[in-house]
Design a protein around this ligand. Structure first.
Ligand code: G3P
Ligand code: CA
Length: 251
């Protein structure tokens, strides 16, 4: 309880680099994570899926098609780690040849890079990865440097059953008062809401009253950043964390 309580004390908005600093580097790539570290963001966020041979890899979609540079196709769950690790994700149509060697990485590699430098939001996009996620975190000794995200409530319930202290954020697009109850059942620390949730001072106060922080994804417009930071949002997730950090500093 003590650990959870101290986590909740929040004076300032935390700025999170969405899929790494993905405004200037390929999403969910080592370079995007390095760039988040370089600007001193407090966290980067990443998404994970599980390969056919049970490796946890960092990628948003359930298939490689959208983010692969070279016409690679295939579902992550049907590909081996070896096959996936050969897929290039340099996104030349957006970034030219700047990131021509960029490859899909594992959760372990991302956490090893981050250790001691930045905290990591691990969004679990798949069922059946919970034990391996906790094992990886424990092996690297980064329990105090991560927070687990998911839209899948049973995934978060399982994470909580495996680890009673690890910070959890329950992702939900349109939150309402019942969300707080659900979040509390699994002792979540925060909820992560999207644009369908109307964030007001009252909403934030109610969440805080229920012992929950409120983080908002994914905010790239400066006006909106100002408004949310002004309201006292607890976490702001952006593809351009540099802009949000600057705004926060000037407020
Ligand atoms: O951080 C939450 C946000 O990343 C959820 O949406 O689609 O970007 O994973 P998505
Ligand atoms: Ca995500």
């Amino acid at each position: 309880l003590l650990a959870l309580t101290s986590y909740m004390v929040n004076a300032q908005t935390k700025i999170i680099a969405h899929r790494g600093f993905s405004g200037i580097a390929p999403e969910n790539s080592l370079s995007a994570f390095e760039k988040a570290i370089e600007i001193g963001a407090e966290y980067f966020e990443l998404d994970i899926h599980k390969t056919k041979d049970d490796s946890l890899v960092v990628i948003h979609d359930a298939a490689v098609d959208r983010t692969a540079s070279e016409n690679a196709k295939g579902k992550i769950a049907e590909m081996t780690y070896k096959e996936l690790s050969a897929v290039n994700i340099g996104n030349p149509s957006k970034f030219g040849d700047q990131f021509k060697d960029e490859k899909i990485i594992t959760l372990r590699e991302a956490l090893a890079l981050a250790k001691g430098k930045i905290k990591v939001c691990i969004e679990i996009k798949v069922y059946g990865a919970e034990e391996e996620v906790i094992r990886t975190i424990n092996e690297l000794g980064v329990n105090d440097e991560v927070i687990i995200f998911s839209f899948y409530y049973p995934v978060l319930a399982k994470i909580r059953s495996l680890d009673k202290n690890i910070p959890i954020l329950y992702l939900i697009s349109a939150a309402d008062a019942t969300t707080f109850d659900y979040a509390n059942v699994i002792h979540a620390n925060a909820i992560g809401v999207g644009s369908k949730t109307n964030i007001t001072k009252e909403f934030l106060a109610e969440a805080h009253q229920a012992g929950l922080e409120v983080w908002r994804w994914t905010v790239d417009e400066e006006e909106q950043m100002k408004e949310l930071i002004g309201l006292g949002i607890d976490g702001l997730i952006s593809n351009f964390p540099d802009k949000a950090m600057k705004i926060k500093k000037e407020m």
